[in-house]
Design a protein around this ligand. Structure first.
Ligand SMILES: CC(C)(COP(=O)(O)OP(=O)(O)OC[C@H]1O[C@@H](n2cnc3c(N)ncnc32)[C@H](O)[C@@H]1OP(=O)(O)O)[C@@H](O)C(=O)NCCC(=O)NCCS
Length: 87
């Protein structure tokens, strides 16, 4: 999101619409990758119901992008139970 529209619920609206589309298609879940150092993004995705995978030891892996060392965090979402909605 552009800085001027962050924190207004737009990201949550987009994610929830995506969840609705996936559920309509019968998709049982989804996953994403974000930077482990991006604590704001991780907090946002956690509020959307994503969490690190519980069944593997792969929580975060090191990566290098244009010379910068960071970690890549895998987060998963199952639609077995309704996703968390904000508010
Ligand atoms: C991360 C991002 C997509 C979230 O979108 P957004 O429109 O700002 O988020 P929303 O306003 O819909 O927030 C929904 C919920 O997420 C959580 N949340 C959002 N930003 C948060 C932050 N910085 N810290 C903690 N929680 C946060 C809150 O629970 C919030 O609910 P609340 O407003 O009722 O408290 C957006 O801030 C962004 O583009 N950030 C910069 C780029 C980036 O990091 N993108 C992700 C790359 S993987």
């Amino acid at each position: 999101m552009l800085p001027g529209v962050r924190g207004r619920g737009v990201g949550a609206t987009l994610v929830h619409r995506w969840f609705d589309t996936l559920r309509e298609l019968g998709v049982p879940g989804c996953h994403l990758e974000t930077l482990g150092e991006n604590h704001n993004a991780i907090a946002f995705f956690e509020s959307m119901g994503f969490h690190p995978p519980r069944r593997t030891n792969v929580r975060a892996r090191p990566a290098v992008t244009r010379g910068d060392h960071h970690t890549v965090q895998l987060m998963v979402q199952s639609f077995g139970t309704p996703p968390v909605r904000g508010g």
